[in-house]
Design a protein around this ligand. Sequence first.
Ligand SMILES: [Zn+2]
Length: 256
Amino acid sequence: MTLSVHQYLCLTDNYGALAHDSVTGATACVDVPEAAPTLAALAERGWTLSDVLITHHHADHIQGVPELKAKFPSVKIWGPARDAARIPFLDHKVAEGDIARVGSLGAKVIETPGHTLGHIAYHFEEDDIAFCGDTLFSLGCGRVFEAPYAVMWSSLVKLAALPGETQVYCGHEYTEANGRFALTVEPGNPILKARIEEVARLRAKGRPTLPTTVAAELAANPFLRAEEPAVQAAVGMGGADPAAVFAELRARKDRF
Ligand SMILES: [Zn+2]
């Protein structure tokens, strides 16, 4: 285990994260909602920034990059080739299966279109850690802005196929609100109910509810459970195509 992660809050409910390689000292930050908390997090750990890993083009994920680049000119910025036109400062444009190198660490790029067309996740396979941006949240998923619902479903299926023990870091602290919707879908799911109680305890102390794990989400997140009979019954779509069930769930959440 050479990868250490330090997660910190930015703006209102965004998370930034530092991914540090203890072998070489290289440190990447995953998305930059704001430069100041990122610089504070680096100073707190005594780590030096070497790379930035961008998940998608939204301002609340990239707007701190120019300030970091001005301060650390040698820092390399990685991000989705498909969205290079909307993320103008990329040094490394990556696509499905590419490896983003952070010192001795390698993060495999997983294309996860839906929230945005070019959205990508970074999977540090050896350390079982994935940074999923705004595609997968705990008990929820990102809004689908730039692709059909079925495309987002395919992206979530890819993330759900990662090993169950994979630690999942997300772009936002949305778990409490997601839990309220999830409970309308599966009010009888004991694992969901236990997770919601845990989340309430953590939030009461001002603590993050993330990272989560793939296994925990498969057991409680309705958006990964569109194949489950209980979830299908909850939306009156027993036996339907899971992609269609997912679309109905996402549409209901948009109105919730
Ligand atoms: Zn976003």
